[in-house]
Write a protein that binds this ligand. Sequence first.
Ligand SMILES: Cc1cc2nc3c(=O)[nH]c(=O)nc-3n(C[C@H](O)[C@H](O)[C@H](O)COP(=O)(O)O)c2cc1C
Length: 353
Amino acid sequence: MRCSLHNYGMSLYDSVLRPLAFLFDPEQVHEAAMWMLSRGMIKAPVFEDPILEQTVFGVKFANPLGLAAGFDKNGKALNHWHQLGFGFVETGTITYHAQPGNPKPRMFRLPADKGLINRLGFNNEGARAIATRLAEAKSQIPLGVNLGKSKITELPNAPQDYQDSFRLIHKVGDYFVVNVSSPNTPGLRTLQEKKPLLEILSALREVNSEKPMFVKVAPDLELSALDDVVDVAHEAKLTGLIATNTTIGRDGLSHDPNQAGGLSGLPVQKKANEVLSHLYKACDKDLVLIGVGGIMSGADAYEKIRLGAHLCQLYTGWIYGGPTMIPAACQELASLMRRDGIKSLQELRGSAY
Ligand SMILES: Cc1cc2nc3c(=O)[nH]c(=O)nc-3n(C[C@H](O)[C@H](O)[C@H](O)COP(=O)(O)O)c2cc1C
């Protein structure tokens, strides 16, 4: 059933909570928010509409907007993300070895540009501890599990490191992601090259060849390098690709805070959309594309799907938009589809070409 239309306009979050939260260190605010989220203390009036439903790689999604990796790194709030209207959630990045990440401060807001820079460096409790938590969690929406390389593991040993994590965690989760695109682990992005990427994927397939598997790519790859990833996706029979991670570029910033790390939010939108568009044109049409990078509204999600995404994710847009952002974006997406006479997400997908 379609729920009644809400007015998700200027909220308490816009007028009071975000300005207040933005007075404090971003990571401290994140930790406080996770504390509340993991106890189910933050909720939103969920928007449901059959026009947003679809089944992709055999999994049913009530809407196409998911929480991107990096927010719930340790899988602590997995029982609650549906209460905020998300259609799916991706936990992680999880590494085999627990690790503290980079020295603080390591997360910076760019409010004038609706962006964030982070160099967290895969801070997480490690695959063993998180596997135990995930086994007990009861996510009511599809769950993705994002895996990365431990910092102490040398690059040539990456396949073993990913495999060790996957062995511990492969039983829970509707899909898995090989993250080789974070800018904050030295050398990680070289694993996007054909040979090392194929080695990692075949190591994971030794453990389990059934689970849907994605690779998450950087927005900074040359088009030829993207074509190599597409070849790998076909060769390794990946379920799909996630485009994109944060960028090391600093294009289009009104103010560059001169901080190392990955840039996300509105400033990455253009690049992320270009990568998504290139992948759509280069890939077999049954390869699933998850579009992420700079979604700040339902209209931005509409554009990603038009460019070829089956599903979308966001992180930074949610920080700026607050708890009612996802239902508001879903409502906007559904109304844009109706405005344009589009009856399903399948019909919308790739309609930009
Ligand atoms: C603070 C922060 C931490 C992130 N951590 C991860 C991570 O651990 N793994 C990952 O694959 N992506 C991570 N990302 C990237 C996001 O999942 C997403 O790909 C990127 O931010 C672009 O989307 P956005 O513009 O909606 O934020 C992180 C992003 C931010 C802002």
